[in-house]
Design a binder for this molecule. Structure first.
Ligand SMILES: [Zn+2]
Length: 496
């Protein structure tokens, strides 16, 4: 049968259904997955399996990059429309399962009309041709401009200000980054290298993750960088990225990673990913960040003179500990952030105790004194107040750092060191490569302790006032009013 009749009819039907679907759909609006702290983050109806993000950097870190993001997913509900999170870029076209599709934006959502109704459980491939603009204000995350290029800081809700996706840690996926940049620059991304192709004065670098990753933990570094290779425990390949001019100066710091990894493995078991290393960026972010397999550090943390060596070491361990707590085991919602920061701060403090004789008990007693104030300022650890709209990283308050490491200290006092260690190891093993909730943690703790810890956790996780510290009835927490008088000591740069 000649093409015309059947194929023409099918084509006509398809366009009819596009216009038909489009015609019957309500006005596009931003959607979310019900995260109390970020109502419009994440989208319903599909589970992303992998991202393939191609970026073309033109040599200036204030010029938009050209980009093609291909998302492979599986629908979890019938869909006539697909919401993605995306902002800070122009969308040129969108294809759904190979068909050009209508799209619109609402808030920070990119809304795509499916060519036809897609049933639940079906494969979904979405290809977005777009730009990715690094020139904007950096306060709300996304691209970070460095002295010689770009890096990423997408935590908590900013990955979609770089590439379109389902921007929530409840939906992790495998990543491939293909980055084209002028040949004098070096590109490193999370995961392992998967090829480099040189062409016409430029090069395209490909990197692939071997484990699922949350969008907020993606890292791509473009710059005049040196890549420093070394080996970790049991042959783990390590690579650091540093400004070429600083490689000698930074080596004494970077060479600490293998022993820090060995120490963390003694605490909680095997390192969960295919590689690790530090990205030392010449930029001032005001924080360090545990991007997956390649943690972001400000150059000044290592080259500045203000920080004692033990403190810098412990910040390095903080970001390393996140690879287990926050990256391999991601929070199912941002109200579970205390699980990330409480654990990273706990191992930071434990490392300082064992390697710099900074007594953990002293730090925890000081945290206890501040705990009521922190709870008053930001809500209880597992029910934090919503972050200020124009400053989302305000979510990262002391109550989820030392205020939450305090909960782990109390738990260890409550159930004993052996049960606590077993809990920590079991937690990262059982939830490896997944996302987990506070309830998962408290249930596991009760199971391992062999008794119901609900009352214990209700107080420590949700109460306005800090419960009494087991074994330390004399510890007191200042009332917020008293605390208002005393200024807290200026903090050194904050490990995120
Ligand atoms: Zn942290």
């Amino acid at each position: 049968m000649p093409l015309t009749s059947r194929r023409l009819r099918a084509a006509l039907l398809a366009t009819a259904s596009v216009t038909l679907v489009a015609a019957t759909l309500p006005a596009p609006e931003p959607l979310g997955i019900g995260d109390r702290l970020f109502p419009h983050l994440g989208n319903p109806g599909y589970d992303v399996l992998s991202y393939d993000v191609s970026l073309t950097y033109k040599g200036s870190n204030t010029k938009p990059l050209d980009a093609v993001t291909t998302i492979d997913a599986r629908t979890t509900a019938p869909l006539e429309r697909i919401n993605l999170d995306f902002a800070r870029g122009a969308v040129r076209s969108v294809e759904v399962n190979g068909l050009n599709s209508e799209f619109a934006t609402a808030g920070e959502d990119l809304i795509v009309d499916a060519p036809s109704r897609i049933p639940a459980g079906a494969p979904l491939r979405i290809t977005v041709r777009h730009t990715s603009d690094p020139s904007g204000d950096q306060a709300n995350g996304g691209w970070v401009r460095t002295a010689d290029g770009l890096a990423m800081a997408n935590q908590a809700d900013a990955a979609h200000r770089v590439f379109p996706g389902n921007d929530h840690p409840a939906d992790k996926a495998y990543f491939t980054f293909r980055v084209t940049a002028p040949k004098e620059l070096t590109v490193v991304a999370g995961g392992l290298p998967a090829g480099k192709r040189e062409h016409a004065g430029a090069a395209t670098w490909t990197y692939r993750t071997a484990h699922p990753m949350a969008t907020e933990l993606a890292q791509v570094s473009i710059g005049r960088s040196a890549v420093l290779h070394r080996t970790g425990p049991h042959g783990l390949p390590l690579r650091d990225v540093a400004p070429t001019a600083d490689r000698e100066k930074l080596e004494p710091w970077l060479s600490k990673t293998p022993s820090q990894l060995a120490w963390m493995e003694e605490q909680v078991g095997p390192y969960p990913f295919e590689t690790y290393g530090l990205l030392v960026a010449d930029t001032e972010t005001g924080f360090e960040l545990e991007t997956q397999t390649l943690s972001l550090f400000e150059r000044s943390l290592f080259t500045g003179t203000g920080y004692p060596e033990w403190y810098v070491d412990s910040v390095m361990v903080h970001e390393l500990a996140h690879q287990w707590f926050g990256n391999s085991v991601s929070p199912s919602s941002w109200s579970d952030l205390w699980l990330n920061e409480g654990h990273a701060t706990w191992y930071e403090a434990r490392y300082a105790e064992e390697h710099a004789q900074k007594p953990l008990e002293l730090r925890m007693r000081a945290a206890y004194a501040r705990s009521d104030t922190w709870r008053a300022a930001g809500g209880p650890p597992a029910h934090p107040d919503v972050p200020t709209p124009d400053h989302k990283i305000s979510l990262f308050r002391p109550v989820v750092y030392d205020g939450s490491a305090l909960i782990l200290y109390a738990l260890r006092e409550e159930i004993g060191e052996a049960a606590f260690d077993r809990l920590e190891r079991t937690w990262v093993r059982v939830h490896r490569n997944g996302s987990a909730t506070t309830r998962h943690f408290t249930d596991l703790a009760s199971r391992i302790a062999g008794r119901d810890l609900t009352a214990f956790f209700d107080g420590w996780l949700y109460a306005e006032k800090t419960p009494p510290m087991p074994g330390h009835p004399d510890w007191r927490s200042e009332t917020p009013r008293d605390a208002a008088g005393g200024q807290s000591p200026a903090r050194a740069p904050k490990p995120e």
